[in-house]
Write a protein that binds this ligand. Sequence first.
Ligand code: IPE
Ligand code: IPE
Ligand code: MG
Length: 253
Amino acid sequence: MSEGVQAQEYYGKIPRHIAIIMDGNGRWARRRHLPRVAGHRAGVESVRAIVRRCGELDVKVLTLFAFSSENWRRPAQEVGLLMELFIRALQRESRKLNENKVRLRVIGDLGRFPGKLRNEIDKAEALTRDNTGLQLVIAANYGGRWDITQALQALAWRIEAGEIHAGDVSESLIQQHLCLADMPEPDLFIRTGGEQRISNFLLWQLAYSELYFTDILWPDFNRDELDAALQWFARRQRRFGRTGEQVERIKSA
Ligand code: IPE
Ligand code: IPE
Ligand code: MG
């Protein structure tokens, strides 16, 4: 544990699930007159630091947006380099993640990825399957609309097969078919890089998350920056529709 924030300082206020849009790699590189891929490479270092910090603080789930369903629109060369970086990161980091009891899971429409990458994903998921530490979720070729669409399609198939009736469709049934069905919803959402938008990330699951935006570019986002976000989070009063007074009363009961 660092001399920074101690886990117990946040007792009861550490988010169970943190979801992050890791944005700003390209601008970080441009400021240094480097190719964009240098920013993505530096971004992998931030991932390492944030995963470690979340493990220390006993965060249960960390979901990282690595590649959106819209990122295919980027120049083919950048897309190719991102895939290579992803493959290499999986090859290099899996063993270490496993040693640290991290369970890795990749969500998204993986069919469009090169076979080699899918293979590395399968291997890393299989290796870490039984780990009970931090659950690290990487969203790759993920889109919130895609997620909701695939859930509804799965439900439609079940209705067509006569397993359930149209009238059975409920929020909880839809939720059960989404990618993160077995995880708590994100308590804290972070977007680095200065933009204040969701960019088709977890649309359904972010319904009640606290939204934290910072101008810090992802390669500069380190454990101190994460701690600053956690301090901000600890000061939020989560009301879920209730009044502030009600929440205070429930807390002191
Ligand atoms: C985020 O950084 C990484 C990915 C989308 C893969 P960007 O590459 O979007 O960086 P900026 O927004 O151009 O600075
Ligand atoms: C969102 O970043 C996706 C990821 C970080 C993977 P983008 O940089 O692609 O988002 P927009 O297109 O600027 O909204
Ligand atoms: Mg961007």
